[in-house]
Design a protein around this ligand. Structure first.
Ligand code: FES
Length: 122
């Protein structure tokens, strides 16, 4: 099984939207998207995260933090909202079907779930 297959099995992606807080959960550097590796990487000490914010390597010991998002329809009804607990993903993606706008609350951050599996989460 190739490395990418293991990641898909261990950390399946769900459809929807999430707002990642762009600060590494190790010591606070700004991580960057590295398209050639299809993941976020922190230039300071090498933590690595999947596009979903799941930690896969490095000294970081948990997944990335996320902001709370609300998917709102044309009448102002909240259709979905980021929840503090969504299994091991904690702050998972929300469904935006039918939404006309997304409200991102940058004052309300959900701390990423602990994820310190030896070998970088694999
Ligand atoms: S601050 Fe990102 S790996 Fe240390």
């Amino acid at each position: 099984m190739a490395n990418g297959d293991i990641l898909k099995t261990d950390y399946p992606q769900t459809a929807g939207v999430k707002a990642l807080y762009k600060v590494c959960v190790h010591l606070g550097c700004l991580y960057k998207w590295v398209p050639t590796n299809d993941r976020f990487e922190c230039p300071c000490h090498g933590s690595k995260y999947l596009p979903t914010g799941i930690r896969v390597d490095g000294p970081a010991r948990r997944n990335l933090d996320v902001f709370v998002i609300q998917a709102v329809d044309a009448n102002g009804k909240v259709l979905d909202e980021t929840k503090a607990e969504q299994g091991s993903l904690q702050g998972g993606a929300i469904n935006i079907t039918g939404a006309t706008k997304l409200l991102i609350n940058t004052g309300k951050r959900i701390v990423g779930a602990p994820n310190s599996r030896a070998g970088g989460g694999l």
